[in-house]
Design a protein around this ligand. Sequence first.
Ligand SMILES: [Zn+2]
Length: 223
Amino acid sequence: MKTSSARNRSRRRQFPGADAPEDLSGDLPAEPLPPEPQDEDEIRPGADAPVVLIPVGKIDESLFEAIRPVVEETFRRSTAMHKPLPVPKYAYNPTRGQYHSAAILKRVETLRDSRWDAAIGLVDVDLFVPEVPFIFGEADRSTRSAIISLTRLKPESGTAEARRELLVKRLIAEAIHQIGLIRGLAQCPNNRCVMFYSATIQDTDKKGASFCANCRKRLASES
Ligand SMILES: [Zn+2]
């Protein structure tokens, strides 16, 4: 599970009138001063801000319904559904036969609203970043956004019921991992902790969806 939380998204902002000649026409400004622009790295959503779940392409709605209560309980946040985004054809890389994660994450980030706690996109295409064969998901802490791919979470054998149960279990682990990253947690060296970095689906199955004691403590202090 790749995270790009260290990405520096600081941008220079042009203050209105910053380079204008000094106005000496009166003691009081004719209009109120413009509000201080909000630094994108310092979004502080309120305690009632929801985690917003966004289908990217056609995604089985019942999967969202399965993960929402767990996300709500784990992070003590409400969740909300966003209307689906189009299938991310723009991110397809024909050489790799995969979809560029950063391009899709960027689309999710453009929806971001300061009243949201986090924006989590769910896609059913195989994601990559240039340096690794594939990724399960990607988070960006500065924009409080993440995407998760279902493609490699799908079990290949077992009954339909068993496959679905395992898919939901993996999806919950992935969602908690990505939201944990957004909430300020780091990858954890404990392979039984949900914040452990999954390089393979076996890693995901082994670690499960619970935090280790250290990560739970950190989460409590970050929240
Ligand atoms: Zn941990």
